[in-house]
Ligand binder design. Structure first.
Ligand code: GAP
Length: 434
């Protein structure tokens, strides 16, 4: 894959309303992005697919939606105040700032000038709670959603009456003052995570770690990422985060090369023990059957929503030639496609056709996100929908008025079925389920 593909994706996202630069009218804010009408739907569908697979389809995982702002001691306990930092150097010539680990040698990569000694730079965004800005009311924007789960371990355990092994899942915003940015939404300063903290009995952690790696890899394949574009990369001991005993990244072949999509870590009992120590609250677990008390180990599958969205866009993008004409298709999985069906009247000035097409739109909109479009010729309308990944187009034509049927066209096969108007909803429900 090439960066040329990234340019095509960035351009499509802007042109068709998937993703815009944040605060664009002011010249933009670096590494922050806004999801437009189609992007908002796609992102929602990715989160929904994840939530369904981990919270709905399993009985051992509970959902949570914790606050972004947390007690500042949280970040002391987790090690982020002390350790969530990059080593940075400044170029003495051009004054640009770089991460030490991104430097090849001791010179500035931009102008070749000498660089300063490295300084520690904490990646957490700080702000103040309340009306006065002072050290005592300093709070952080969470750099990971995980800690909201750990501090609620006891609350969820007792209210849900779960027993080990069990997990807590959460989707939410996280913030990091990243120094190295670029590659579109891949590394943003504000992003969303989909995280599970899966609590297990110590000693069973390695088995669960392996299971979760497979489970999460399968999820990306199930929703359309080609297996050959995914690989597992176990971390070397010297790159493990301070809390982890082991970690494996699921990497995707992004246009800029293999890069992390999701990480699955064995966080041991580090976080629960740290929070027990700093809060004074016992966060151990009592096994009623064996009468044992212990602090659970934690396996953490942690994925980025924005990186998943980008991977789904990249992987589904294809260009084809059909009857001598170029066709751009986003072959998104049906569950992820922002719009499930477009309703296209063949003649926009024929009352009967328009009335029927609008009626179909109204009915389908009870179940799916659909779009009525009469602003171009049918060929252009099809191409427009192919480019944004709409799995089905429903066309109402002159014959529809007599036979009460419409043509349903499949995005991928371009095959057309004539379907009775009052059966279109059932037809699409069946097709979208498969
Ligand atoms: N709780 C563990 C944790 O936060 P991480 O590897 O730092 O681990 C997990 O982050 C996932 O969050 C990554 O695999 C990635 O998908 C996403 N992520 C991390 N930093 C990001 C950033 N700056 N922009 C977009 N996504 C990011």
């Amino acid at each position: 894959m090439t960066t040329d593909l990234m340019e095509k994706i960035v351009s499509l996202c802007k042109r068709r309303g998937f993703i815009f630069q944040s605060s664009e009218i002011y010249g933009g804010l670096e590494s922050t992005w806004d999801y437009g009408p189609l992007g908002a739907e796609l992102k929602r569908n990715v989160k929904e697919a994840w939530w369904r697979s981990v919270v709905f389809e399993r009985d051992d995982i509970e959902g949570l939606d914790a606050a972004i702002l947390m007690h500042p001691s949280t970040w002391v306990a987790s090690g982020h105040v002390e350790g969530f930092a990059d080593l940075l150097v400044d170029c003495k010539g051009c004054k640009k700032r770089f991460r030490l680990d991104h430097l090849k040698g001791k010179k500035c990569p931009e102008c070749g000038g000498a660089v300063t000694e490295p300084k520690k730079f904490n990646l957490m965004f700080k702000t103040h709670a309340g009306s006065v800005e002072e050290a005592t009311n300093l709070v952080y924007l969470r750099p990971e959603t995980a800690q909201g789960i750990f501090v609620n371990f006891e609350n969820v355990l007792t209210t849900s009456r779960q027993k080990l092994p069990f997990g807590i899942a959460q989707i939410g915003k996280a913030f990091r003052n990243e120094i190295t940015t670029g590659n579109f939404t891949f590394r943003s300063r504000e992003f969303e995570q989909m995280e599970i903290e899966y609590f297990v009995k110590p000693g069973t952690d390695e088995e669960w770690y392996k299971k979760w790696i497979e489970e999460r890899l399968d999820w990306y394949v199930k929703f359309g990422i080609r297996r050959e574009n995914l690989k597992l990369r176990p971390h070397a001991k010297d790159e493990l985060a301070h809390y982890a005993k082991a970690c494996t990244d699921i990497e995707y072949l992004f246009p800029m090369g293999w890069s992390e999509l999701e990480g699955i870590a064995n966080r041991t009992d580090f976080d629960l023990k740290q929070h027990s120590k700093l809060s004074g609250k016992d966060l151990s677990y009592f096994n009623e059957e064996t009468k044992e008390r212990f602090t659970p180990y934690v396996i953490e599958p942690s994925g980025g929503v924005d990186r998943a969205v980008l991977a789904f866009l990249v992987d589904s993008y294809r260009e084809e030639t059909v009857k001598g004409e170029k066709r751009v298709v986003l072959g998104l999985h049906k569950a992820l496609a922002p719009i499930k069906a477009a309703i296209l009247p063949l003649l926009k000035n024929r009352d009967g056709i328009v009335t029927m097409a609008k009626g179909i739109t109204r009915e389908l909109s009870q179940d799916f996100k659909v779009k009525y479009d009469d602003t171009a010729s049918i060929g252009r309308l099809y191409r427009r929908q192919d480019e944004i990944g709409t799995p089905f187009c429903v066309t109402v034509d002159v014959d529809s008025l007599s036979d009460k049927k419409a043509t349903v066209r499949d995005r991928d096969t371009m095959q057309q079925d004539r379907v009775a108007v009052d059966k279109i909803s059932a037809y699409l429900k069946e097709k979208l389920r498969s």
